[in-house]
Design a protein around this ligand. Structure first.
Ligand code: GRF
Length: 197
């Protein structure tokens, strides 16, 4: 699998995929990392691993159509066949969505369709889960369509909420489960590369 990752923040999910590629748990390579945030830890991780790292955003491309086109070009040049949104906070443009249809995955730190969509990102998700008094939460990997956190669900993992949990506790427990889930899901998808080659 030739995976391009898009990430806005620290990149711990990206790191899990990089590690799985290195240990050959995953038969794949991360060929490009793109971030809308020039200071994203994810870009620094890419550089550390000698992976092309690109900052693409409204700052580099004020016109949305130009940004969309630049992203398609970068993904194609890198020879990506899967796109992983690993904590990516922006919507993708129509050209990227069309070019990589059914090849774009997102990971979300909740049991979608609950706690997903506009406004549910980062710690806000876990705050909402705790405020609702849930006894469990989890993570979801799904195919990406035009809306936030929408698109067919491929895999989920459940994570318990323990008495006295703070937002940070839930976040850390979910992220640990999420890292395993994304690697397991990519492993399951890998044979599809052969089928479509
Ligand atoms: C993950 O929990 C992801 O699901 C969410 O943002 C987090 C990314 O964390 N959308 P990191 O940048 O990979 O550390």
């Amino acid at each position: 699998m030739r995976i391009a990752a898009l990430a806005s923040h620290g990149g711990s999910v990206l790191q899990a995929v990089l590690d799985a590629c290195r240990t050959r748990e995953l038969d794949g390579t991360v060929v490009l990392v793109i971030s809308n945030n020039s200071r994203a830890g994810a870009l620094a991780r890419a550089v550390e691993h000698g992976i092309p790292a690109l900052h693409l955003s409204s700052a580099t491309h004020p016109e949305p159509a130009a940004l969309d086109a630049a992203m398609v070009e970068a993904l194609e040049q890198a020879g990506a066949d899967w796109v992983l949104l690993a904590g990516y906070m922006k919507k993708l443009g129509p050209r990227v969505l069309a070019r990589f249809r059914n090849r774009i995955l997102n990971t979300h730190p909740a049991l979608l369709p609950k706690y997903g969509g506009h406004g549910f990102y980062g710690r806000r998700v876990h705050e909402a889960v705790l405020a609702a008094g849930e006894h469990e939460t989890g993570a979801t990997v799904h195919l990406v369509d035009t809306e936030y956190d929408s698109g067919p669900i491929l895999a989920q993992v459940r994570v318990p909420i323990r008495p006295g949990d703070a937002v940070h506790d839930v976040e850390e427990r979910v992220k640990a489960a999420e890292r395993k889930l994304i690697v397991a899901t990519l492993r399951e998808l890998a044979p599809r590369n052969v089928a479509s080659a």
